[in-house]
Design a binder for this molecule. Sequence first.
Ligand SMILES: [Zn+2]
Ligand SMILES: [Zn+2]
Length: 327
Amino acid sequence: MSNRLEYLIKKEEEEKELSNKLRRDFSNSDHDIEGNFIAVLGRQFDNDYKFNKCLKPLWAGFYIKYNDLELMVDPGVNVLERTQRIGVNISKTNTLFISHAHTDHKNDTNVVSEMVAYQESPKLKILMSEKSLEEGAMSNYHIQLHDKEKDNLIILKNNVDIDINSSTSIKPIEVKHSIDGSFGFILSVGDMKIGYTADTGFYKTYKTKDGEFETSKVTDKNEIEGPGEIDHKLVKFFSDVDILIFNLHGVSFRKHTAHNLYHTTVKSAVDVLKGSNVKTCIFDHFNSTGCLGREFSEEVNDYIKQETGKDTRMVGLDGLVIKLNLT
Ligand SMILES: [Zn+2]
Ligand SMILES: [Zn+2]
């Protein structure tokens, strides 16, 4: 063997050692945020790069730590950097919830699995719908990485509780989105309930010039003029929680497209929050391009706060952390 090749082999070994050490250090370190918390990750890439603002809203994702629960929800694009930026060590995840198979919610599911694998005895429960599984929301390899039997994969069923541990359960709530098998949830931890709407519309019917029709039977989207009757059942699910994470998509209802039958507006937020038991509502997913910076989303938040009298928070481009008290 030539000296040159020997040198390169040695270099490669050195590289492996360094990266293994980095992985060990990472899996041994704590979250930078102390205690129990909700950390919403914020925008996927650095907003200072001009053309990042061309991207659609690819910035879902939040993390809930509550005692033994380490829950990652909807790891969209660039989840490793975003969790580190906000102070979350993603390798600690023990439960992964995927609401649906759109890129902004499932892009980095495999990255989460990969990072968890660096723990000494990794354990990861994976929660997703049958449809999301079919859509390839996560690779088979990464689902099985921690459990060859695939017992760690739990398929979501509407309204059927999933026990995570003795004091924690998740109730999946099927929502109305542009892809089937989309679910939000009600998480019960201690004596607290945390809701997540995922991406959804809140209307049972829509209006046209000729009358009102069911949202599940759209024949011609060009006829859609405005929202109709609210889906009270869906609203009820999310109105009995203490903290609600609400994916807000826009201010106005878009006519002549089915978009707002499957996505929320400011009016939906007001409809859900007014008269609800929600104490704190976190709006995520808004300000899709970030072109107007933080100010515009704060103005939207102020409007909803005034209309509902609730404690509402808007996730800024750099994310948002809320501390949860121990019970
Ligand atoms: Zn979506
Ligand atoms: Zn989305």
